[in-house]
Design a protein around this ligand. Structure first.
Ligand SMILES: CC(C)(COP(=O)(O)OP(=O)(O)OC[C@H]1O[C@@H](n2cnc3c(N)ncnc32)[C@H](O)[C@@H]1OP(=O)(O)O)[C@@H](O)C(=O)NCCC(=O)NCCS
Length: 141
């Protein structure tokens, strides 16, 4: 945890410095990205313009090398056509461009999605403290 006055590692600085350029590229590719400040850091909501899929990336100000993936969702009409895989590739690509080092997500252990994330290189690292049917998974970038 970084206290006040402690210099943030380069990943976070890079993310701040180049965020606008990365957003422009995302928008040029016909995706929407919107940033919101949260109580603990920042959140980016990403979707395609037709809203057939969406996901979010969020960060904690005191953990600047890590980005969290959440709200992974494909409209029912478009499922099983590969959009889910596109979400995971986009999330990894954006996180790498922003120079985050680790990507983390939470998943229901019994869902097919758990194995899907494993196929994409995520590994279990800790059970959820509030509900043990969920597990936190992470992938080094
Ligand atoms: C999870 C979700 C995003 C997948 O989206 P999708 O567009 O159907 O995914 P894809 O077509 O790219 O398929 C991704 C992989 O999951 C597998 N898959 C998709 N739906 C599946 C299902 N119902 N049961 C088993 N496997 C399934 C596909 O076979 C594919 O595997 P592969 O690429 O390794 O061969 C979508 O089902 C969804 O929005 N679900 C509701 C929200 C949710 O559960 N989000 C995850 C929260 S952690």
């Amino acid at each position: 945890m970084l206290g006040s006055g402690v210099r943030a590692p380069e990943g976070a600085l890079y993310a701040d410095k180049y965020r606008n350029q990365i957003f422009i590229i995302i928008r040029m590719n016909n995706f929407d990205i919107r940033e919101e400040a949260t109580d603990f850091g920042k959140c980016w909501y990403i979707s395609d313009l037709k809203k057939s899929f969406r996901f979010a990336l969020y960060t904690y100000d005191d953990d600047p090398d890590t980005v969290y993936l959440s709200n992974v969702f494909v409209d029912e009409k478009y499922r099983r056509t590969g959009l889910g895989n596109i979400i995971l590739e986009m999330a990894t690509d954006i996180a790498k461009k922003m120079e985050f080092k680790t990507i983390i997500l939470k998943v229901l252990k019994t869902s097919f999605v758990h194995e899907w994330y494993e196929r994409h290189g995520y590994r279990d690292f800790v059970a959820d403290s509030e509900d043990i049917s969920y597990v936190w998974m992470k992938k080094e970038l």
